[in-house]
Write a protein that binds this ligand. Structure first.
Ligand SMILES: [Zn+2]
Length: 615
């Protein structure tokens, strides 16, 4: 697939093929036989010992290298020792890194027909500091931020309930490691359970219980350990004995083998509540936490200096050729555009150019060619690495968020999204020329949203929608706009509950006060939204289309087996679902990441009614 994508010319046929693949992708590797919950049987010996934080500092000297010279363990005890050693290696390896961490959470309510559906939502985006403890600093300005942070915040496992339930974003990142400080035999009992494959990787499975006097906040659950280096690849469980005002979430934490010798924390799924009909929950939610940007350049001065390479300067343009005022204006806009794109990429908010861009680009080309649009500079497309549904353009670059691509049902709806931004470009609604000044690029990554903004005035939004619909009607997508209209209807139905997902951070909002405004005219000519029509897919769950490599931030289209929809509940538009990445070992080929079937995105029942093949 990868190679095909690179070799085939971006023709109409290609895009149809690619998007067909895109439509068919995103299957759930539903864990038919995989154990879901740890057996907390032995945890019944609950013990009210007060917290004794970091009582026994570990004495294991951790080597930060991949384990090459170590002899294979021969007993289960030796395996456990190796697991502990590898975990300490990982902690050391990741200590200097500050990955981006994003948590998207939907509080749920029961719908008679659809089961648990979103009631409201929360979004957190931050930077993680793994150097001494696990800490999160936020990209978003938090209006109702908890005043008493500090020590208490560190102790909280995810939720405070002093006045109301208040989510602590840190709580969702808790299960990056088993136990940051005390993962050892003094604090834990290891019970070997069995062998099991996770994707392509054979694993040993252990149940972990904290020892009686191990203190508060100890891991309780199950770990999966790959059987070559004995790195932990998955953790599933919770933390035992929270303090009085806190609450630990249940988490399912996955790592990917993205660098030789290390399995890097990548996804954490959290879920609380009883989703059976009639259950009364004080708290019921599903949340996805993603980590990426592990390999972002942290900008240490030494690195930058050694990388400076002065090439012989050679200017090919004839010296007599000065820029006309118009040419200078375009040059200036190009500079602003390049600055912004480079800065966003450096902040971990924009994926490097890749295969997904080729798909977007082809749709843009189709719109341009059929509308005879000729622009002085080519239109480029890029993917924002974040989940909230948003688009914007800077200069001639159209940026679409990962989350928005995830939920689009088909090519026509992708064309709808891109046409709006293309219309801004065609209409000359240029934005961002102030960013041609380089001082405006000098800010901390965490303050990106305060320093960048690409919002249009309402008049330009209206004009862009009008122009976009004109372009769509003259394009190959003219006959495929029904689903795009259905997407808008589905979004309209869910919009009041999804204000966090719909909050744009750089561009214009797609909705206003819970009403979809962007391209809303398309909804009028689409069929009625019908939950019971199983072949009517108006919007997909989050995470079904685009997979983001946590190490290098590259994005690619998820390749997964389609799964048949069997009831209205399978549609799950815009919803959060568990992660189930197909694990594989690092290979030197250019695709180190596991094939992630992150979410069970539905396909039409008629297209492929075969059940998910077992792994
Ligand atoms: Zn716009």
């Amino acid at each position: 697939m990868r190679n095909d994508m690179r070799n085939v010319m971006p023709t109409m046929n290609w895009i149809l093929l690619a998007l067909l693949a895109l439509t068919m992708t995103a299957a759930a590797q539903q864990p038919a036989s995989a154990p879901q919950n740890p057996q907390p049987a032995s945890a019944a010996q609950a013990d009210p010992t007060p917290a004794q934080p970091s009582a026994a500092p570990s004495s294991q000297p951790a080597s930060a290298q991949a384990p090459v010279a170590l002899a294979p363990p021969t007993t289960m005890d030796q395996v456990v020792d190796r697991v502990i050693l590898r975990e300490k290696d990982l902690i050391k390896f990741l200590a200097p890194r500050t990955p981006i961490v994003e948590t998207y959470l939907q509080n749920l309510t029961q719908d008679k027909q659809l089961g648990p559906v979103p009631q409201d939502d929360h979004y957190f985006l931050g930077r993680m500091d793994l150097s001494e403890s696990i800490d999160r600093s936020d990209y978003l300005q938090d209006k109702d931020k908890n005043k008493d942070e500090g020590m208490e915040k560190r102790l909280l496992g995810g939720l405070t309930k002093r006045f109301k339930f208040q989510y602590q974003p840190l709580g969702f990142s808790w299960m990056i490691f088993v136990d940051r400080n005390d993962f050892d035999r003094q604090h834990y009992d290891f019970h070997y359970s069995r062998r099991e494959f996770l994707g392509d990787v054979r694993c040993l499975v252990f149940d972990l219980t904290p020892k009686k006097d191990a203190g508060r906040g100890r891991f309780l659950g199950r770990i999966w350990v790959e059987d070559q280096d004995f790195s932990i690849v998955r953790l599933n469980g919770t933390y035992a004995h929270p303090s009085r005002n806190s609450y630990y979430f249940h988490m399912d934490s996955w790592r990917l083998n993205l660098v030789p010798g290390y399995w890097v924390p990548s996804y954490i799924y959290s879920e609380e509540g009883d989703f059976t009909a009639g259950a009364h929950n004080t708290i019921a939610f599903k949340a996805q936490t993603r980590m990426w940007g592990y390999n972002l350049k942290t900008g240490t001065p030494n690195d930058e200096l050694t990388n400076i390479r002065v090439d012989s300067v050679k200017d090919d343009t004839p010296t007599a050729q000065d820029a006309t005022p118009l040419a200078a204006e375009r040059e200036w806009q190009q500079q602003a555009e390049d600055n912004v794109i480079e800065r966003l990429e450096r902040a971990g908010l924009l994926a490097p150019e890749g295969d997904v861009d080729k798909i977007l680009q082809t749709v843009v080309n189709n719109l341009e060619i059929t509308n005879n649009i000729e622009l002085p500079r080519p239109v480029r497309t890029r993917v924002l690495t974040t989940s909230p549904l948003e688009t914007f353009s800077v200069g001639n670059t159209i940026v679409v968020s990962r989350g928005l691509i995830d939920v689009l049902p088909d090519e026509g709806s992708l064309a709808m999204v891109l046409s709006h931004e293309l219309a801004h470009i065609v209409l000359g609604h240029n934005l961002g020329s102030q960013y041609a000044f380089n001082d405006r690029m000098l800010f901390s990554d965490e303050s990106t949203y305060q320093n960048f903004g690409f919002k249009h005035i309402p008049e330009e939004e209206t004009a862009a929608d009008k122009k976009a619909i004109e372009m769509l009607k003259a394009s190959p997508y003219a006959q495929k706009l029904e689903t795009a209209g259905l997407f808008i209807k589905a979004l309209q139905q869910r919009a009041p509950q999804l204000s966090a997902l719909l909050q744009a951070h750089l561009g214009n909002n797609i909705t206003e006060n819970g009403t979809v405004t962007r391209m809303a005219a398309l909804a009028t000519s689409s069929p009625a939204l019908d939950w019971n029509k199983l072949d009517q897919i108006a919007a997909l769950p989050l995470g079904g289309r685009v997979k983001l490599n946590p190490w290098d931030d590259k994005v690619e289209i998820v390749k997964a087996q389609p799964v048949a929809i069997t009831s209205a509940r399978d549609k799950m538009p815009f919803e959060v679902t568990p992660f189930y990445p197909r694990l594989s070992r690092y290979s030197n080929a250019n695709a180190p990441a596991a094939t992630t079937a992150a979410a069970p995105a539905p396909t039409t029942t008629t297209a492929n009614a075969s059940p998910t093949p077992a792994n």
